[in-house]
Structure formats: structure tokens, C-alpha cells
Design a protein around this ligand. Structure first.
Ligand code: PEP
Length: 247
């Protein structure tokens, strides 16, 4: 069976003092049979990448242009330069706060691929869209923008995170039925649009924790998980990796 993916996003949490926790997660990553990825804040990336062992390190965002007058921003090349192997792109917290369009996200995706890193593309509907029943249309458009601008080959080797916005940071994850339906829909979308589709993994994100992680990973069409809060607690992170390791 292919290895499940366990990805953690520390968001804007963690100073250098957190590096010892990172070392603990890195040690645990070596003992489990999942692909374990941690996306710490940019300030910790280099130190994290230098001591990560089999834990892969990712950035949380990059600019959609290669270089230039963009005060405070970070390019894909800079992330690759300090050892990032993955980059989260299109996270709803970022796209909402910075009014990012699907085109901006597609350009970021392209930058990440250009520097040989793996994009962890977040897609998903908000609550209004879910209640209107247009979630499949929303995710189709998010994927189609990248396909239209950059073609199908760009998806090769990437990870797509289905993250319903209403489940992020909430008390409850989407239901197994909702997750299965959307992950299978996304898989089908990939299969019909991308020839080399075996290489694209679909993970679920939104209120994953130690109690539900294994069950969520066992859903048909789900290749792993992306978690926010649960990745900040190293015991919970370890418990999740260990549980998924036994699937
Ligand atoms: C996220 O922000 O991508 C996320 C999944 O957060 P949480 O696990 O805290 O819901």
C-alpha cells in the first residue's frame, strides 16, 4: 500500500524555542511508514531543514513572481534555497486575507514546480458554497485555472489538499461521506484531465486530530491528512503518525 501523507502546518506559531519540538517530531518521523511533512514559519525553515532527518520540511506560502519589489515577501527560489521540499499554496487563510485570485495561486504553483519542490495545493469551498451545493464547481474551477494556465504536466507529483473552509479551525471535521465524495470527485477530475495521474495525491484537511486521523485516512480516495492545530502539539503529532503507520 502507498505511504500515507501526514502534513502539519504550524501557521504563525513557533520561535527558535520550538526547534527542540521539531527535533522530536523528526525523530518520530523516522520510525513511521508515512511521508511526514512539517511546514514551520519561514523564520525556522532553514534550521528545521538542517535537522529534519526523514521529516520533510515545507514553506507555507511563496510569492507568485520570481523576484522583485515585493517588500516582506518570500519567493519559491528562496524557500528551495534554505531546504524546503514542499510549499503550501492556496491556503484559504492566506487567499482570503490577501485577496488572492485562482490565477495568483496558479502562478505560485508554477513557481514552486520551477524550483523542484512539491506544491501542496489547498482547495475547497466555503460554507455558503457548500450550502448552495456548488462545492464540486468551486474545486473544479480552482484546478482548471492551473490546468488552463500551465497544462496538465505541472500537476505531476503534486499533492492536493481538500480543505472545506468551514471545517478549518472549527470543532468538527467534514463527515466521512462528504470527504469521500469530494476526494473521489477530485481524483476523477485529475484522472480525466491528467495523463500521468498516479503521481497526484489527495489529502484531507480541516479539524483533524488524534481521535479522527486514522478514520479519515482510511476513507476511500484519501491519501493522507493536512493538519493545523494538531501539529502544534508534539504528542498529538506523534500519536497521529503512529496511528496512521499502523493502517
Ligand atoms: C488548516 O488550516 O489547514 C487546518 C487544517 O487547520 P486545523 O487542522 O486547525 O483545522
Amino acid at each position: 500500500m502507498p505511504r500515507k501523507i501526514v502534513a502539519g502546518n504550524w501557521k504563525m506559531n513557533g520561535t527558535q524555542a520550538a526547534l527542540s519540538e521539531l527535533a522530536y517530531i523528526a525523530a518520530a518521523a523516522g520510525d513511521v511508514s508515512c511521508t511526514t511533512i512539517l511546514c514551520p514559519p519561514t523564520t525556522l525553515l532553514q534550521a528545521a531543514a538542517q535537522s529534519s532527518g526523514s521529516l520533510a520540511i515545507g514553506g507555507q506560502n511563496c510569492h507568485h513572481e520570481a523576484t522583485g519589489a515585493h517588500t516582506g515577501d518570500v519567493s519559491a527560489q528562496m524557500l528551495a534555497d534554505v531546504g524546503a521540499q514542499y510549499v503550501i499554496v492556496g491556503h484559504s487563510e492566506r487567499s482570503t486575507a490577501y485577496c488572492e485570485s485562482d490565477e495568483n495561486i496558479a502562478d505560485k504553483f508554477n513557481q514552486i514546480k520551477k524550483y523542484n519542490m512539491t506544491p501542496l495545493l489547498c482547495i475547497g469551498e466555503n460554507l455558503i458554497e457548500r450550502e448552495a451545493g456548488i462545492m464540486e464547481k468551486v474545486v473544479s474551477e480552482q484546478i482548471k485555472t492551473i490546468l488552463d494556465l500551465y497544462g496538465q504536466d505541472i500537476f505531476k507529483g503534486s499533492i492536493i489538499a481538500y480543505e472545506p473552509i468551514w471545517a478549518i479551525g472549527s470543532d468538527s471535521a467534514a463527515s466521512p461521506d462528504q470527504i469521500q465524495q469530494m476526494c473521489e470527485f477530485i481524483k476523477q477530475l485529475i484522472n480525466t484531465n491528467i495523463e500521468d495521474n498516479n503521481d497526484v495525491n489527495i489529502v484531507y484537511g480541516g479539524s483533524v486530530n488524534a481521535k479522527n486521523a486514522v478514520q479519515l485516512c482510511e476513507i476511500n480516495g484519501v491519501d493522507g491528512i493536512l493538519m493545523g492545530r494538531a501539529s502544534l502539539d508534539l504528542n498529538e503529532f506523534y500519536e497521529i503518525c503512529n496511528g496512521i503507520h499502523k493502517i
